[in-house]
Each structure stands twice: as C-alpha cells, then as structure tokens.
Design a protein around this ligand. Structure first.
Ligand code: NAP
Length: 290
C-alpha cells in the first residue's frame, strides 16, 4: 500500500533530498515555508487534515546557530512551537510524525559516542530550542514519537559547510578552520535514506544517524580540498590553518565532541552508515555533474 507523506521545510537541504529520493512506495506532498509555517498551529492542522498523510516528516527548522543567539524568541517559536503544532495535528489525525533534531542537544563533554538516552545539556540557543522541540513532540506523542538526531548536515546545494568551504577555496588566499570541535559530517542523501528506512521499519523513539567516522571541521575542510582538487572543482591548493573556537569569537557555544552512537538505529532498520569521506565524494561528484 502507498504510504502518504507530508513534508515540511521542503526548500531546505534535507527537504530537497527527500523530494528527490522519495521511493515509489510513497507519495509526497511537499510544502515549503511560504506555504506552511509550522509555527502557526491552525496551518499545521489544516495541512494535515487536507493531505491526510500517514506520516508527517518535519524537515523545517530555524537552523542559523549564530543568529539564534540574537533572536531566541524566533528560534524557539519555530523549533519548539513548530514540532508541538505538528505533533498535535498528527495526533488528531491518527498519523505519525518523524521529527529531525540535532547533536547540539548535547554539551559535547563526553568522550564516547552519545547514545539517544544520554543526558542532554545544550550550550546554545539553537541547541536549547531543538531540545525543547523534542520534549514537545514527546509530551504529545509519547512512545509513538519518532525523533532522529543528526549532525553536521550538508548537501550538494544549499548553504552549508561544504559549499562555504568550496567558495573560500576559490576566493581566499588561505582558510582558517576550527580544529577543536569534533563530530560526524552527514550527507543529506544518507540522512534521507535513513528517514525512509525509519518509516519502512515503523520505528518509534529517539534515534541517532550520521555518516560513519569522526572529523574536526579542520579535517573536513582538508578532505573537501583534497577531493575537490582531484575532481577539478577547484584549481589551486590553498593553505588551511587550524584555529581554536575561541579565536573565531562566535556567539554560540558549540559542543566540542558531538559524535552520535547509531547502534540502535542500525538495529531497528538494518541500514549501515558509510564513511563520511565516501559520502562527501558522492556529493562532490553530484555537484560537479549539476
Ligand atoms: N544543518 C545542520 O548542520 C544540521 C545538523 C543537525 C541537525 N540539523 C537538523 O536537520 C533538519 C534539516 O536541516 P537543514 O540543514 O535541511 O535545514 P535548512 O536547509 O536550513 O532548511 C530548513 C527549512 O526550514 C524552513 N523553515 C524555517 N522556518 C520555518 C517555519 N516556521 N515553517 C516552515 N518552514 C520553515 C526554511 O525555510 P526558509 O529558508 O524560508 O526560512 C528551510 O527551507 C533541521 O531539523 C535541523 O535542525 C541540521
């Protein structure tokens, strides 16, 4: 039987991939921000009532980590009230909600990969807003909620670390990249596969998904340069200088070590993650072909 999906945040990097890679077993109604504002409870109710989905995938979020420090009310309205509105709407309709969350719910002070049940302690407004969003979903849907936390998301298009780094490699004489934050870069393509695997498995609970392996932002930038040179996406090798977070004077405090443990997700779905370097190469090849 065809699974009916309603996607929010359709113009974001994850939203784009979900639309592009929707399997033939699913039909999808994909609503961008201008059509469905998830912070508007009536709009959420109306959209779910009209579309009658089996699942709502919430790929909409306020994602500007730095700006969130200056406008916490807006970040909270979108990242807390949005998932709450969607949870209430799916509960009324008897549908399911797959909500995407973030490694930034953790403080990053632990030195083993974070399990879904590990204690949360967000350091930034963005991280706090994502955590209260999770709590809002759980408060309404309880054991029926499906929350997937991910980390360091990028795709071939869109505003993300990959595309910013490629731009800097073309335009700047040298790059300064943070070397004291460690995580797992995650391609929106592999997150999309994980989303569809979770739906197919009818998963419930909080899960973690990222590409395999760990890196600092500095490592990630060096690998981007290496692969981009090999694919002739950039022509000239630039110096990449490692810097500390404090040198960059960012407003938002990021977790220094936010690697996610994916074992429970792998057990629930059978999907195996690929090395982040492999997914980066696939993304760069796709970017070159576009
Ligand atoms: N990016 C990362 O590194 C990262 C890491 C971990 C987790 N995540 C999570 O992964 C999910 C997908 O992130 P992404 O990188 O695909 O984000 P993205 O590219 O910034 O896309 C988010 C989308 O949400 C839309 N949006 C914002 N406010 C909205 C509202 N009130 N109602 C409806 N849509 C709204 C945005 O539209 P406008 O642009 O028009 O505002 C945008 O199209 C999010 O839950 C994010 O928190 C991301």
């Amino acid at each position: 039987m065809m699974i009916k999906l309603l996607l929010t945040g359709a113009n974001g990097q994850l939203g784009h991939e979900i639309i592009a890679r929707c399997p033939s077993t699913c039909s999808i109604v994909a609503l961008p921000h201008e059509v469905l504002d998830i912070s508007d409870s009536k709009s959420c109710d109306d959209a779910v009532r009209v579309c009658k989905p089996d699942w709502v995938i919430n790929a909409a979020a306020y994602t500007n980590v730095e700006k969130a420090e200056d406008e916490p009310e807006i970040a909270m309205r979108i990242n807390r009230d949005g998932p709450l509105n969607l949870a209430r709407a799916v509960q009324r309709a008897g549908a399911r909600l797959l909500h995407i969350s973030s490694d930034f719910v953790f403080d990053g002070l632990q030195h083993r990969p974070y399990l879904p049940e590990d204690a949360t302690n967000p350091l930034s407004v963005y991280g706090k807003s994502k955590l209260v969003g999770e709590k809002a979903v759980l408060s309404v849907l309880g054991n029926d909620a499906l929350i997937m936390r991910t980390s360091w998301l990028y795709s071939a298009a869109g505003k993300n670390f990959l595309n910013t780094t490629l731009g800097l490699l073309r335009d700047q004489p040298f790059l300064q990249i943070v070397s004291d934050q460690t995580g797992s870069p995650t391609s929106a393509v592999s997150l999309t596969k994980a989303v569809f695997s979770a739906i197919a498995a009818d998963a419930r609970g909080i899960f973690h998904w990222s590409d395999d392996g760990t890196a600092t932002w500095y490592d990630f930038a060096c690998e981007i340069q290496k692969q981009a040179l090999a694919l002739q996406l950039v022509n000239e090798k630039k110096e990449i200088r490692p810097v500390s977070s404090s040198e960059l004077k960012c407003k938002a405090v990021r977790p220094p070590w936010s690697v996610l443990d994916k074992a429970s997700f792998i057990a629930a779905t059978g999907l195996m993650p690929q090395a982040w370097q492999t997914m980066l190469e696939k993304t760069l090849i796709e970017r070159k072909a576009a």
